[in-house]
Every structure is written in C-alpha cells, then in structure tokens.
Write a protein that binds this ligand. Structure first.
Ligand code: AOF
Ligand code: ZN
Length: 360
C-alpha cells in the first residue's frame, strides 16, 4: 500500500468517529512498514485514545514504521498523554500527516517529533482531511460562530415541497437514513418557524448511529409565535429545545411557551443569534430549512457547507428551496468547493463548502 492509499484508509477510519468524538476531531491512522499495513486505528470515543495511539495499540512491532495520520499528532497532556511522544517511544521513523493541528492547546507535535529525529511531512490529502474535520478546524480558527451547514432535499426542478406543500417524501429511504447519520454529528439541528409549523418535525436522531450527545433542537422564530402543540415543544423535556426570537418578541414567546421546558433566547439578527448559540456551546449547527431561513443565512454569508440531496422527480411548481436574494453577477459569484458527490439510492448527494480551513 502506498502512503496515499494509506491516507485514504486513515480518512475512512477517521470517519467512523462521526457523532462520537465532537468537539474533538475525527482522526484515523495507519502504520506502514515496507508498504505493508502493520497497524491501524482511529479516535472512537471522546476522551478515549487518539487515532495514533489506537494504531500503535493494534501493532505488535511499530519500530521503524511510517505513521500516516489525518491530523498532526498532538504535543499536549490532555485527556490522554501526547501522541508525539508515544510515536517516538514506539520507534516510528516517519510521520505523514494530512494537516497541521490549529488547536493552540495541542499543536506543535511536528516540532517534538522532528527534534527526536522523526521525519514529518504534511499535505497529503489535506483538502479531504480539512473537509472531514471542517467543524473542528473552523472552531479552532474562527471561534465566535458555529460551523453552519445547510441541508436541502429538492426535486430536479429545485422544489422542497409540491404545490400543496407536501414534502414527505421527496427523497428516498437511503437519503433519509443519511440525514439521521448526518444529524448525529452536529451539536444542534435547526429549522425556521414556518417549517416547524408546516412539517412539525421532531429533528431527533433515529438511525443506527447513536450520538454521544443528542443534538439540541432549535427553532428560529423572530416573531416569537411558536405553537405549543408542536411535537418539538411537547417533547422539549426529553430533548433540549431552544427557540430563538427577536428581543421585542420575548414577552410573546415567554407567554406562549410557558411551562413547556423550551428555552427561549432573545437576540436580534442572524449573526448575533449564531454567536449566542456558539457562546452556549453549539460548535456545529445543521439547518434543515426552510427557504426563508436558508436564504437569509446564505445571503448573509453565514453558511459554511451545503448538503444538497437531489431526488429524480419533477414537480412543476411548489415551494422553492431558496427565496430570491440580491442579485450576484456571475463574475462575482465565487465557486464553492465540492467536497463530496455520491449516490444515495436513487438520489444524489452534493456537498459543497464555501471554503476550506487549511491551517498553516
Ligand atoms: C482527538 N483525537 O485522535 C487526535 C487529537 O481533549 P484531548 O485532551 O483528548 O485532546 C484533544 C486534542 O488533541 C484535539 O483538539 C486535537 O487538537 C488533538 N488531536 N484529538 O480527540 C485524536 N489526534
Ligand atoms: Zn493525540
């Protein structure tokens, strides 16, 4: 196996930590000796062994091997001892890491390794690794706002629902299963007030993957008028549910939702709302609609990633996925970065990022 193939395997392993390790990064590692895999592992549980240590633990004789890993080995004593030192002790001769670690607490592993005579290289599959850990990386680098992803499932002609407002189900069972997997990796799932009213969604994770922490549910309702008979409101005591309203609407919301267990957050403007969510521990937010909220976030440049599920159906007319915004001339419309493109049963998933976070 080449180092490139090993990195692809390490990325595949890292992904198994989805939903279980946040806010820490997903990390996978492969140990190679003369082109043979002699060990592999990944960071499986928050607070548990890091990817590199898991790989060392799987290997009976790591001395002289190359460690191919999706993130720079850490240099710090955190929940576990530093990986850089573990690699040195094990006699690893070379480390190939996709990315530098921007975490100010943990970074610097490369210098520790190099000063012990270990060869260190960066950059292999850096874009893929950056896309995998986008939420972690943006949280390290940007801090004040959560990583915001928008999920839309549309018909071929771009509608979220048919002319009667029916959206269940435009996409197929594989796409719906994917959405449950996706939800498990986010700190919070949000919808706008109109979508909450029309779809009455639960926004819980109901797939094979059980997240370490159930994502909070958030309704953006500037007007404060959220119906108390919604399933999310009724189940707010089981799954934390927050309603974000304009400050002027606080009294309305507090009266309407009194005694339901819903937490009401009064804040004006989307950017300020996101900053408030970040302060309350939301490092990643998955927005599931509707068109008004999605377009407002996009229009304000607040969406970092778009998950677009396109179903092979033609609806003619209906509820468009995006409301019109100020025009952007083609010359000024920068391209998003395609980070994933694949089939979900009959549907197609396209994942695009506004930009990648590639730490220096
Ligand atoms: C992980 N898993 O496989 C690697 C990490 O919270 P701690 O003490 O476990 O340290 C977490 C930091 O360690 C993390 O933010 C990242 O900078 C570095 N590497 N973390 O959770 C791993 N390799
Ligand atoms: Zn580590």
């Amino acid at each position: 196996m080449t180092e490139l193939e090993a990195m692809d395997r390490a990325l595949e392993l890292a992904r198994k930590g989805w939903g279980r390790v946040s806010p820490n990064p997903m990390v996978g590692a492969v140990l190679l000796k003369d082109g043979r895999v002699v060990g592999e592992g990944y960071h499986a549980e928050f607070g548990g062994p890091h990817g590199e240590v898991a790989a060392l633990e799987s290997c009976s004789d790591p001395a002289g091997s190359t460690c191919v890993v999706t993130l720079e080995p850490c240099a710090h004593h955190g929940k576990t001892p530093p990986c850089a030192e573990a690699l040195i002790r094990a006699g690893v001769r070379r480390v190939v890491a996709a990315l530098r670690d921007p975490n100010p607490v943990a970074r610097g592993g490369a210098e520790v390794l190099r000063s012990a005579g270990v060869e260190v290289e960066f950059g292999l599959r850096a874009r893929e690794a950056a896309a995998l850990n986008a939420a972690f990386l943006w949280n390290c680098v940007r801090g004040a706002l959560p990583f915001v992803a928008l999920k839309v499932a549309t018909s071929l002609d771009g509608y979220l629902a048919d002319y009667q407002g029916r959206s269940q189900w435009i996409s197929g069972p594989e796409a719906r299963e994917f959405v449950h997997w996706l939800r498990a990796g986010f700190d919070a799932i949000a919808v706008g007030r109109r979508t909450a009213d029309s779809d009455d969604p639960l926004l819980t994770v109901r797939g094979d993957l059980v997240p370490r922490v159930a994502p909070r549910r958030i309704i953006f309702a500037r007007s404060g008028r959220v119906r108390r008979d919604l399933r999310m409101v009724q189940s707010a005591r089981e799954v934390p549910t927050w309603v974000v309203v304009g400050t002027a609407a606080l009294p309305v919301a507090e009266t309407e939702l009194k005694g339901t267990g819903v937490e009401i957050i009064g804040v004006d403007g989307l950017r300020a709302a996101l900053a408030e969510l970040r302060r309350r521990g939301v490092g990643s937010l998955l927005v599931e609609g509707g068109a008004t909220l999605a377009s407002a976030l996009l229009g304000e440049g607040l969406v970092d990633r778009l998950y677009w599920i396109q179903a092979p159906r033609w609806l003619g007319t209906g509820m468009p996925a995006f409301a019109p915004r100020e025009p952007v001339p083609l010359d000024d419309a920068g391209s998003w970065v395609v980070t994933e493109r694949r089939a979900l049963g009959e549907d197609t998933l396209l994942v695009v990022d506004r930009s990648l976070c590639l730490p220096e």
